[in-house]
Design a protein around this ligand. Structure first.
Ligand SMILES: NC(=O)c1ccc[n+]([C@@H]2O[C@H](COP(=O)([O-])OP(=O)(O)OC[C@H]3O[C@@H](n4cnc5c(N)ncnc54)[C@H](O)[C@@H]3O)[C@@H](O)[C@H]2O)c1
Ligand SMILES: O=C(O)[C@H](O)COP(=O)(O)O
Length: 339
């Protein structure tokens, strides 16, 4: 029987056809989110992002699923203990959304620094009011997590004449325009120096709640805090306290904990915060890029070549920059879009 390859991410029929052409040995079907929980029981390969509750324990117990190719960079949607403990191969979309997340992050940061919400508010009232603005240029920016998103952000922010420091579990391949790239232990030393701190790291057991009272207390007075990664990396109560009492001057957040924020949540009410509803990954080019990754990895799977973005340590939940797997951010320019 041909392996059943289940696609569940926003795409068009032409994307399904391209994937079917790349994997003529499989039976490629597109399924909506509402059916994903039951479809996963009959899938051999799953390509997508499950956004509805899935009984992963049952999927593992069924024993049919052999590979998850995530269409999201963050793997927290499927890396539950039973999947981690199983033999299911996992590959991520690390770096595939880097262009748009970088654009969105710069939009959020510059909107906050240039007081755009205040001016837009005044525009609604047909008022000409001048207020102080702040600069991106010459600021020191700390990027926590120097993977696909972090690296693309550094490329973009460097053009704004900023000073970029970064921390990463694999502090290698430092671009010349990045002043410092250090292991996570340097975070404590870097936080008091940064005008802007940006989170671009995965959510896992080690990073959950990583930013709490101690970390906010160390941040530079008047600095800006940015989270485009995952809400639960931050302790929301500590963030709110830091926003109300200092030392930080504000925050821009594409992700929150909880998500979505319920009506009346204190974060909604803070005037020094800009919140967007987890839209950093959105892009008209996203389905094409995800399809390119899926097609290439299906070819590699069938011919036994190394998979791109293989998550070798499922507890960590991201592909390591240690030479053990090709990373999308490094190889994407050589991957064709033959559809
Ligand atoms: N807002 C959105 O729509 C959106 C879109 C894409 C990704 N994301 C989130 O952003 C994260 C990063 O995306 P990516 O494509 O860059 O993924 P990635 O896997 O390419 O990069 C993650 C990087 O974080 C590093 N890291 C892990 N633990 C760390 C730690 N304790 N300290 C410092 N660095 C650490 C890793 O070494 C890796 O280089 C994803 O895991 C996802 O949760 C959000
Ligand atoms: O981790 C990611 O890639 C993003 O958070 C994707 O989220 P989305 O699939 O809901 O856009």
């Amino acid at each position: 029987m041909r392996p059943r390859i289940v696609l569940c991410f926003p795409h068009e029929e032409r994307h399904r056809q391209a994937i079917a052409a790349a994997a003529p040995w499989g039976n490629v079907v597109s399924v909506p989110q509402e059916q994903i929980a039951e479809e996963l029981m009959e899938a051999d390969i799953f390509c997508g992002h499950a956004k509805v509750p899935v009984d992963w324990d049952a999927v593992v117990k069924r024993g049919r699923l052999v590979w998850i190719q995530s269409s999201a960079a963050g793997m927290d949607h499927c890396l539950v203990p039973s999947v981690i403990a199983s033999n299911i191969v996992v590959t991520s979309a690390s770096g595939v959304l880097a262009d748009q997340v970088a654009e969105h992050t710069v939009a959020l940061m510059t909107a906050w620094l240039r007081s755009l919400p205040t001016f837009f508010w005044a525009q609604q009232r047909e008022e000409f009011i001048r207020r102080p603005t702040r600069d991106l240029h010459r600021s020191r920016i700390l990027i926590v997590g120097f993977g696909g998103v972090g690296r693309r952000l550094a490329q973009v922010l460097h053009v704004f004449k900023t000073h970029i420091w970064a921390t990463d579990l694999f502090p290698v391949d430092k671009p010349a325009y990045v002043e410092k790239l250090c292991p996570p232990e340097s975070l404590e030393e870097f936080l008091p120096e940064a005008d802007i701190t940006i989170l671009a790291l995965p959510l896992n057991d080690k990073t959950r709640g990583m930013f709490g009272q101690d970390q906010f207390a160390r941040m530079k007075p008047g600095s800006l805090f940015v989270n485009v990664a995952r809400g639960p990396i931050v302790r929301t109560d500590a963030l709110i306290e830091a926003l109300q009492k200092g030392p930080i001057a504000g925050a821009v957040l594409d992700v929150t904990d909880p998500e979505p924020l319920p009506p009346g949540h204190p974060l909604w009410k803070l005037s020094n915060v800009i919140i967007t509803p987890h839209v950093g990954g959105q892009s008209a080019t996203r389905a094409d890029d995800i399809t390119r990754l899926i097609c290439e990895n299906l070819r590699r799977w069938h011919t036994g070549q190394p998979l791109i973005n293989l998550v070798s340590d499922k507890t960590a939940g991201f592909p390591f920059r240690d030479g053990s797997t090709p990373l999308w951010i490094d190889v994407c320019d050589s991957i064709p879009a033959d559809f």
